[in-house]
Design a protein around this ligand. Structure first.
Ligand code: AMP
Length: 113
């Protein structure tokens, strides 16, 4: 997508603090972290949110989350982490390219919102 911020990051047109990349996903540091560790897991294929996701994209997302589960030590998340994916106005989604927030590195609040 031409004007999508995360597509530009994926293509390397906008710099990011990349921590992992493969053919299907990119994980990079959020520019405005909301926890000691705050990464974004972004699928390389563009779609806006979980409601726009096809069956085959859902399978890719599941595979990427499984890969993430094998990387927790190297990402500094061995004590736990929280995954969040905002969809739409009520959730304040600001980038219309599916992404999973990965929050951790400290004790997070019990209240999620
Ligand atoms: P959301 O509000 O759920 O759509 O999340 C979008 C996230 O993208 C926010 O947490 C922003 O801080 C983050 N963000 C925006 N621009 C950049 C950027 N250039 N590099 C890294 N993260 C970004």
């Amino acid at each position: 997508m031409e004007n999508c911020l995360f597509c530009k990051i994926i293509k390397g047109e906008i710099p990011s603090s990349k921590v992992y990349e493969d053919d299907e996903m990119l994980i990079f540091k959020d520019i405005a972290p909301q926890a000691k560790i705050h990464y974004l897991l972004v699928l390389k294929e563009h779609f806006a949110n979980i409601c726009e996701m096809t069956e085959s994209q859902a399978i890719i997302l599941a595979r990427c989350l499984k890969k993430l589960s094998g990387m927790v030590d190297e990402l500094g998340l061995q004590n736990g982490f929280r995954l969040v994916s905002n969809k739409g106005a009520d959730a304040c989604q600001s980038v219309e390219h599916l992404h999973i927030h990965i929050l951790g590195g400290e004790k997070l609040s019990e209240k999620m919102a």
